[in-house]
Design a protein around this ligand. Structure first.
Ligand SMILES: Nc1ncnc2c1ncn2[C@@H]1O[C@H](COP(=O)(O)OP(=O)(O)OP(=O)(O)O)[C@@H](O)[C@H]1O
Length: 777
């Protein structure tokens, strides 16, 4: 640590020095091209020296940070392993490796070293481990876990002796922080499979709520960075998160493990960049809010049917068929004009395009068309030099442009070794060339960008005439939703108004990028998609095209499919994703154990979904969920307030009042803000902080709270009543770590609270003989 401290101090000083004197060390001269090249080289060299120092400093600082952490908590586990025919090896595991003073023997092994797998994968007894030299067989003699804080052993357990995992009990029983924690000390065997998978191109993780999918994903990134150090860097890994707040929630895990953070983004952010400014892009949460609140809207049924259909594999198939057809006919083009003169008409371009060999992919044919057009433009440009308007334009050149033109021509002349244009005619001619060139520049640029293809029309065409898609769909043996004519009307009118609904965004981009060619990102090696159940078939197909060389880790829970399109299982892209990769390159891991919530909470929440009995609660005790009935909204707010105060007094650090929608959240927030320090979470909220929050259901996805208060468990339409809202209700309830309290106004409860589920929560103030609330079904 002393050496590193010295090193960081030295490099810091050097960096400050370089920055301060940067411009003294470089020679900058733009007189001519030789000088410019020299200036550039000198600047570049100086910048490289600086960035090398910065890199050294960053690495030393990170190493130092890791050592400080090791000083406070050097290891969390020990295994004694006896390889067959050898002596017993005692191996300590920590967040990083540490060697002895001679830098020879390992005192502590990094948790990601091959030997560490033994700790995660086996109880004491026969065990084996894969090493670069092959499989090593032997016996695990001891497996010991430690809790070390501030350099002191606080507790230790030998597993296999004690019942239940004491360390896990301790870790999970704690109040939560504002950020997710690393779980390296207690990674479970199934999770370890996810973390260390190196073979699959597609790793699919289906895991119950709270089973550690996100945790495993983040430890996996740390593992990959360790395993492929030198060839894989943090910026070649992208995590797709559900929203910006989630990004903040998970952003501390990797630095905690001494690694740089991967790139984090949301799919929406990606779409927005790709879409540019030509449309107003709807946010997925705005779409969901519409789905949850606008049932009385006259176009609601059609919009919802459209959302579902546009997320389906049927629509993917329809579009593939359509793109096939566009290879033969139907692509719309735009006229190429110059000063109001039609140079090449859309029809001519169409004819040229469709006369090209149809075996050539559309984007490549378009590039051939562009070349052809550029050739025509060149000819036209030559002819334009003789035209009268050029003289006029030269006359009208303003002073600045004139000077600019003059200088640019002077440079050209020097290059072409021509005389300077002292003579008037020659000057006129050269300025004429300049003027014409400037006029053609934007046209050429547009041709290169393939602006002669009407990409928007290509998508709109699917909706202009309802019969068109019907015949396409019929030709592949599929049918369209009943509401198709209305879906068409809504879609075309939105697109005319330059509004891009969320359900259209990905199919639209997919169509246009298939036509003009995908701008792929070839440097990214791994993408991790969290909450993958909420992606559509299209979104996965699109991601695959965008990141052609990337391996994919998709983590999700079908029971938490909450997006507007997720009315049926077939509609989740999760299933469609598997079809995108060959089976032999796909690995599926199922996680059934749930770690987040106490046993009573998991026992209750598993009753809310079909097949919930398969979820295994981790054996952690706690209070049973409660249900509180209020007579009216005013009383509800009073009761909520009182419960929040109680929970805060008990030491709960993160308390969430989870509402169904943003509209409901705003009401709750208004009512609660006066008496407590409440924060309202909206879709733009970018940070996750401890404290009391009011949050709409869909934004609570992926995160967790010490205590959850469900704002509306009644059967009113503001609550969760429809079958399609079952998963939303489940998602909401599974956010609770230690306490779950349900509230309802009136005496009716949502249908999911009836049946078996009723045995798993208490209604304070009632005895079992009292009349229990009515369940409407
Ligand atoms: N092996 C483990 N050791 C300690 N804690 C764990 C372990 N696995 C999961 N947890 C804890 O369980 C909680 C839930 O984990 P996580 O958020 O990763 O689950 P998830 O499957 O992504 O949940 P969801 O789908 O409900 O959002 C977290 O607090 C996490 O720290």
């Amino acid at each position: 640590m002393e050496t590193l401290e010295q090193q960081t101090a030295d490099t810091r000083e050097e960096m400050v020095d370089i920055r301060k004197n940067f411009w003294d060390e470089v020679t900058v001269n733009f007189e001519d091209s030789v000088e410019m090249a020299e200036s550039y080289a000198s600047l570049k060299q100086q910048a490289e020296v600086l960035s090398e120092r910065e890199r050294t400093h960053r690495q030393a600082a990170m190493q130092l940070k890791t050592l400080r952490k090791l000083k406070s908590s050097p290891y969390f586990g020990r295994i004694d392993f006896q390889e067959d025919g050898e002596g017993v090896d005692r191996v300590y595991l920590g967040i990083a490796s540490l060697r002895d003073a001679a830098d020879e023997d390992y005192l502590i092994y990094d948790w990601r070293a091959p030997i560490a797998s033994l700790y995660y994968d086996y109880p004491p007894g026969p065990a084996q481990v894969e090493t670069p030299m092959g499989t090593v067989h032997g016996e695990l003699k001891l497996k010991r876990q430690f809790v070390i804080r501030d350099g002191e052993i606080r507790s230790l357990f030998d597993t296999g002796v004690t019942i239940g995992d004491e360390l896990l009990q301790e870790v999970l029983g704690k109040q939560s922080d504002a950020a997710m924690k690393s779980i390296v000390g207690t990674i479970q065997r199934e999770q370890n499979r996810i973390i260390r998978d190196e073979r699959s191109r597609l790793l699919l993780v289906q895991g119950a709520a709270g089973s550690g999918k996100t945790s495993a994903a983040l430890q996996r990134v740390a593992y990959l960075l360790y395993r492929f150090r030198g060839t894989l860097s943090a910026d070649q890994i992208v995590l797709f998160s559900p929203n910006p707040m989630f990004n903040s929630y998970v952003s501390t895990v990797l630095p905690e493990l001494g690694e740089e953070n991967m790139q984090q983004t949301t799919f929406q952010e990606y779409l927005a960049i790709r879409m540019g400014k030509s449309f107003k892009l709807e946010n997925p949460y705005a779409q969901l809010e519409y789905a949850l609140t606008s049932e009385l809207d006259s176009g609601y049924q059609a919009r919802m049917a459209g959302i579902r259909y546009k997320a389906s594999t049927d629509f993917v198939a329809l579009i593939e068929r359509y793109l096939g057809l566009l290879g033969q006919e139907g692509l719309k083009f735009r006229d190429v004009t110059f000063r109001d003169e039609l140079l090449v008409s859309a029809d001519q371009i169409g004819e040229y395009f469709y006369a090209l060999d149809s075996a050539i992919a559309i984007p490549n044919r378009l590039r051939l068309v562009a070349e052809w057009l550029l050739g025509l433009l060149k000819e036209r440009q030559k002819a334009a030099l003789e035209e009268a308007w050029v003289d006029e334009a030269v006359e009208l050149l303003d002073k600045d442009t004139y000077l600019k033109a003059h200088q640019s021509l002077k440079r050209q002349n020097r290059r072409n070794r021509e005389d300077t244009f002292d003579d008037f005619d020659r000057e006129r001619e050269l300025l004429g060339q300049y003027v014409v060139q400037e006029q053609f520049k934007p046209i050429r640029a547009r041709v290169r960008k393939l602006a002669f293809v009407d990409l928007k029309a290509a998508y709109v065409k699917l909706f202009n005439d309802p019969a068109f898609a019907a015949s396409l769909s019929g030709s592949i043996g599929k049918s369209l939703p009943r509401e198709w004519p209305d879906i068409c009307k809504q879609t075309t009118s939105r697109l005319q108004n330059r509004t891009m609904a969320y359900e259209d965004a990905t199919p639209f981009l997919y169509v246009i990028e298939r036509i003009r060619g995908f701008q792929t990102n070839t440097s990214v090696r791994h993408i991790l998609v969290d909450e993958a159940q909420d992606y559509t078939a299209f979104q996965f197909a699109y991601l695959k095209r965008l990141f052609p060389f990337s391996r994919v880790t998709a983590l999700g829970d079908l029971n938490q499919s909450i997006n507007a399109h997720a009315a049926s299982d077939e509609n989740t892209g999760f299933a469609a994703l598997a079809a995108l990769y060959p089976q032999e390159e796909t690995e599926t891991v199922v996680l059934k154990q749930s770690y987040r919530s106490t046993r009573p909470i998991v026992e209750f929440t598993s009753q809310l979904i079909p097949g919930g009995n398969e979820i295994q609660p981790f054996n952690r005790d706690g209070k049973r969920p409660t249900l509180t009935i209020a007579a009216n909204e005013e009383e509800l707010h009073r009761l909520l307030q009182a419960r929040i105060e109680e929970l805060a007094a008990e030491g709960n650090r993160t308390i969430a009042v989870i509402c169904k929608t943003a509209v409901q959240s705003a009401i709750a927030y208004e009512a609660l803000r006066n008496d407590s320090k409440v924060r309202l979470i909206e879709k733009e909220t970018a940070t996750f902080e401890p404290g009391i929050v009011v949050i709409p259901s869909y934004l609570a996805k992926g995160v967790e709270f010490d205590a959850v208060l469900v704002y509306d468990a009644s059967a009113a339409c503001s609550g969760y009543v429809k079958e399609s809202e079952r998963r939303l209700f489940y998602t909401v309830c599974t956010r609770a770590m230690h306490e779950l309290h349900l509230f309802a106004v009136g005496n009716t409860l949502n249908p999911f609270l009836g049946g078996e589920a009723a045995n798993y929560y208490d209604v304070p103030g009632t005895r079992s003989s009292d009349t229990t609330p009515v369940h409407t079904l």
